[in-house]
Design a protein around this ligand. Sequence first.
Ligand code: NDP
Length: 445
Amino acid sequence: MEVNRFMANLEMKHPGEHEYLQAVREVISSIEKVYNEHPEFDKAGILERIVEPDRIFIFKVPWVDDAGNIRVNTGYRIQFNNAIGPYKGGLRFHASVNPSILKFLGFEQTFKNALTTLPMGGAKGGSDFSPKGKSAAEVQRFCHNFMLELWRNIGPDTDIPAGDIGVSGREIGYMYAMYKKLARVNSGVFTGKALGFGGSLVRPEATGYGCLYFVNQMLETKGMSIEGKTVAISGFGNVAWGAALKATRMGAKVVTLSGPDGYIYDEAGLDDEKIAYMLELRASNNDVIAPYAKKFKAEFIPGKKPWERKVDVALPCATQNELNLQDAKNLLSNGVICVGEVSNMGCTAEASDAFVESRILFAPGKAVNAGGVATSGLEMTQNAMHLSWTAEEVDQKLRQIMSAIHDQCALYGKEADGYINYVKGANVAGFMKVAKSMMDQGYIS
Ligand code: NDP
């Protein structure tokens, strides 16, 4: 296999699917060498099979707005690969959603889930419907209509959706209720449920917590820790909140948050009150961060991203390609020590390359943010066993899983000069697990 030739064919087949092609190129560039050491993979067409989803469901979702108008959005579910377990991955509700974005997310999810050590395949779905600016009644009607179509294609042993951008506990509750009505089973088919009906303690915090455990372990390889470090976070959603909470609890100082309107710089650092306010701001159906600056007398920088600040650790927590080459150069010239991609593909390819080439600690989303889906896996286990673990039990398992992911990255990513290339390590470890499982199951997997 030769990367450029393979990509040229894929680009011809899927023109314009930029995010999907970007994600595939990143993975196959990392695995090229190891793939070519296994001629049996090539003979079995593993690469051609692994980059294509098993199937994609696309459906229209009509719903009625508060003024009585019928509106129509598009719904998707991409079942990417189930070689190592049932399809598993979140639903994203955001105006920007399209097949390319969901294919990149489903592709990444396949390898991320393999890294968690749990038996979960990869999937992703969602809609170009954005809950932002909609009333709760509108969101509920949309969720119900979305499920009217999707319910046939999911199930606790086949495909288990969860949340992502624009889908949190509220949307999961509405969708789960409609699923139960239609399927007439009370199985834990969704993860990210509220605690009262099968949700897991620590699931809302899990992606951010897992990120901090992973980042701390990266710093430990250099004899450092997160304690006392200055941290830049982007976004102010679910993942940003969990990351800010854990970073602060571990003794770091979080100085930035951001929204589509700009970013805030809070020199004093976040504390419990400010972190609780992040939730308030989200719940207000607001998509601006500026009110934080006013409330806590922090600096607000309109239209800019936090990566221009001098920090030790940078954690992109909002969306794909939110940190570009110029941002990477700014962070590097300001002496950043560690960058953990918490959003999926948060860094452009050029930014990731710049971090790896400069030999700073840098890890990709599929490793850093895997604590979210790992805890979803723990929620599935609790549902299947009809019991609930304590927060300490879940947190303990989450720590073990993040540590196992770190060790796999270190095993497959260590280079001749001793540098741990986490991008390569995560991609090779995830790929090898899925590829070997596909080989074991013959050509229909
Ligand atoms: P939320 O919806 O809670 O927050 C997302 C944040 O990103 C918001 O601040 C949002 O602002 C911003 N954002 C979303 N899309 C865009 C865009 N196109 N341009 C600029 N800003 C944008 O989502 P989560 O916190 O759950 O997810 C954040 C990231 O973490 C995503 O990349 C997601 O895939 C990833 N992730 C999430 C997991 C989870 O458990 N939730 C697990 C693993 C990864 P606004 O709403 O105003 O657009």
